[in-house]
Design a protein around this ligand. Sequence first.
Ligand SMILES: Cc1ncc(COP(=O)(O)O)c(C=O)c1O
Length: 425
Amino acid sequence: MTILDDVTETAGTEPSAATRAAIEVEARHTAHNYSPLPVVAASAEGAWITDVDGRRHLDCLAAYSAVNFGHRHPRITAAARAQLDAVTLVSRAFHSDRLGPFCAALAELCGKEMVLPMNSGAEAVETGIKVARKWGVDVKGVAADAANIVVAHNNFHGRTISIVSFSSDPLARGGFGPFTPGFRAVPFGDADAVAAAVDDNTVAVLLEPIQGEAGIIVPPADFLPRVREICTRRNVLLIADEIQSGLARTGRTFACDHWDVVPDVYLLGKALGGGVVPVSAVVADADVLGVLHPGEHGSTFGGNPLAAAIGTTVVSMLATGEFQARSEELGTRLHTRLRALLGHGVREVRGLGLWAGVDVDPALGSGKQISLALAARRVLVKDTHGSTLRFAPPLVITADEIDWATEQFAAVLADAAVRQPNRAV
Ligand SMILES: Cc1ncc(COP(=O)(O)O)c(C=O)c1O
């Protein structure tokens, strides 16, 4: 019996008392700001999560790409363990022997000079916005409080007040005002609209090179090169939010690499922490990051020795190109298998590397309904808007596991086609 047979045999069993109890206690005492699938993780390894009942699930979400290298990758956990026995936190009040090497390695990976380490992705985005505004005043000569930043419709950059201030998702904004001014949104993929939105007070264009939460939207081939040219010509910083798309997810180190575009600022997060601790960073040259002086920005945990040790290991794993190559090769397989389902319940497949957005025929169910049915078959994916699912497995997933996951998806679609829960009557 193979691993996959073992998984399929237990498919569809009802949640146990242990699963129900874990979900109930969470529902009572944890804010309801998420709507998770009813799977209660107890342990995980590689691409697999084992729940409290000992059932194994193939993780095809990878914590929104924070677990690119798989759960508990042995190189990453070894680095973390070693650092736990040395020093974990001194704050930036003192130096640590881990921070400099981490920043040097990450800067080299990015082809930049400096790194500003933070923790969550949203913090990196906030930091990027602050750096761009300060650069605008100190270097570009924009008047105080006059700066604007061009962003894209349907962006997702996190959940802080300033970030949701330029979100186009009503759920992200409803009830949270007043909002931070200074942002102008244009359609994603429309370089003419970017050009029209830029004026003398524009300090940055902030974009996800591929929009993740919007449904893995890949822009037209000339979009990022044209935006790069506009930013250079108008003396505007191009800030690439590679927090989800970067670090090998799309088959390249950075999604921007697909178009040979080098932004002025990279925003990184998620996988930089190896799935162990939150590690994020703003990476740029000294003429950009050099605008910050002591006291103007900071974070108690940003760049702590544990984070830096893990981040250094992640960067060295990326430096070989192994994970990028895996993502590209296995991504082709994933996309081929998903595209074979076009016309069989799938309407569109988008993405690059091991990152796929799949629009399911809404007559077959919402994204949530389809992901619940897939979870019952031990494949964990997450819906985004409407009937769109995203597949983003850890990059250590195998070809057999991809085949198995897409077979389960085909079976779910076939079942749904018989039941048609959302068929118009
Ligand atoms: C592109 C992008 N930027 C920023 C963030 C925010 O990261 P975090 O949840 O770590 O704050 C996310 C999270 O999904 C993201 O996808």
